[in-house]
Design a protein around this ligand. Structure first.
Ligand code: ADP
Ligand code: MG
Length: 386
């Protein structure tokens, strides 16, 4: 199916696949993180927003415990499973996301019936825009309503984390699903990962004559597992040596003293997290006081910190960021977990094509796979469409 399938087409496709009409259609967005990288598991601050690319699910509950799943993407066949005796680690491919969410709700005491589900998503896979959370959030929003559980957003965030961490086995935090479930049009989600406190912060780039470009480098971040785990371990070591619960409790003013206590690599890892937390707070303040046009230098500083201190960038991301900056972007950084995925570039409306062309050209000259470049705007979090 093409991008952004409408409800009518999705409902018709559901009918064709399952011979019945769905009980409803729900949608949940992917997300872009504006700033605040690898701060989530350090109980720090992040500033993502829900994007205008979404996963839609048409769902119908059954009167047994059978689950039947179909995606419009990439010729996956029908997946059939039973909710009885569902165990972490079971399921294959994308079915692990809806099954994981059903499992996590059951674990919370919700009685989840079997269901038929048709997925259609235009969130690019593996680009660092959280296509997996878009699926999970669409499904959990549907099941939360269809079961009458009506759990609050904070609980859905935690259940989704259990689905990813325990059922799927991906060691992710709470940022992605918080943006997908709690995002709002024209707003970024300022999230305190320690207590899930959320503040919506206006981020209307267009009103400031700017667009936010996403540059998908097409470098798969799936090989990042080892790098991600070792960064987490460094952060834990840093917190332990410094005698704090989490690096969230270390301030920029503490860094000089910390350098005497930590080995050189751990020190750089700690410095990234501590300064990145500070940059999130500064970004929130600047967005409120002066608007999007003022945050460029913070985006640049965030990228430099990830490239040099946290060492999670890669040549393709650096080239995307540097080329965007040299051709009119007022700030740019890699976004997401790193080692691939996407960069973002905050760009004046008139300069968009120049940035786009320059990045495409530079990738061709370097012999890299052609990047995918598109704009995103802050959009509504998960909701029922029909
Ligand atoms: P990210 O969440 O950053 O996009 P992940 O590796 O966490 O990357 O999730 C990507 C996985 O999500 C894919 O491998 C696939 O299993 C699943 N997925 C995402 N979108 C779809 C879709 N439209 N149809 C089927 N599976 C999908
Ligand atoms: Mg994911």
């Amino acid at each position: 199916m093409t991008t952004s399938t409408d409800v009518f087409t999705l409902t018709a496709a559901f009918h064709e696949a399952f011979g019945t009409v769905p009980d409803g259609v729900w949608q949940a967005p992917g997300r872009v993180n504006l700033i605040g990288e690898h701060t989530d598991y350090n109980e720090g601050f992040v500033l993502p927003f829900a994007i205008d690319k979404t996963a839609k699910v048409a769902v119908r509950v059954r009167d047994d415990s059978t689950v039947r799943l179909l995606s419009t993407f990439g010729g996956h066949g029908l997946v059939e499973a039973s909710l009885d005796g569902l165990e972490p680690g079971s399921g294959e491919g994308w079915s692990r996301y809806p099954l994981g969410v059903a499992w996590a709700l059951k674990e919370r005491g919700v009685s989840v019936p079997g269901f038929e589900l048709l997925l259609d998503s235009d969130v690019p896979l593996g680009a660092g825009l959280s296509s997996s959370h878009a699926i999970e959030c669409a499904v959990i929003t549907a099941l939360n309503e269809l079961t009458g559980a009506n759990l609050p957003a904070e609980e859905l965030v935690l259940a989704t984390q259990r689905a990813e961490n325990i059922f799927v086995g991906a060691p992710t935090g709470i940022m992605d699903q918080s943006a997908s479930l709690r995002g709002a049009k024209g707003q970024a989600v300022f999230l305190d990962c320690r207590d899930q406190h959320v503040e919506l912060v206006p981020f209307d780039a267009e009103a400031s004559g700017l667009v936010l470009l996403v540059i998908d480098t097409k470098v798969s971040h799936s090989h990042a597992d080892g790098g991600y785990a070792s960064r987490r371990a460094s952060c834990e070591l840093g917190a332990q040596v410094l005698g704090v619960t989490a690096l969230r409790d270390v301030g920029v003013e503490d860094l000089e003293a910390a350098s005497g206590l930590l080995d050189e690599v751990t020190m750089r890892r700690v410095r990234h997290v501590v300064t990145e937390n500070d940059r999130v707070l500064q970004t929130v303040e600047l967005l409120g006081a002066q608007g999007p046009a003022s945050i460029g230098p913070l985006l640049d500083a965030s990228h430099a910190s990830m490239r040099d201190d946290f060492e999670i960038s890669c040549p393709e991301l650096d080239l995307a960021v540097d080329t965007a900056r040299a051709n009119g972007a007022i700030g740019a950084r890699m976004t997401g977990g790193g080692f691939g995925g996407s960069a973002i570039a905050l760009t004046p409306v008139g300069e968009e094509h120049k940035v786009r062309d320059a990045v495409v050209r530079s990738f061709a000259e370097a012999g890299y796979t052609a990047p995918d470049i598109f704009t995103v705007t802050p959009a509504e979090g998960a909701f029922r469409l029909a």
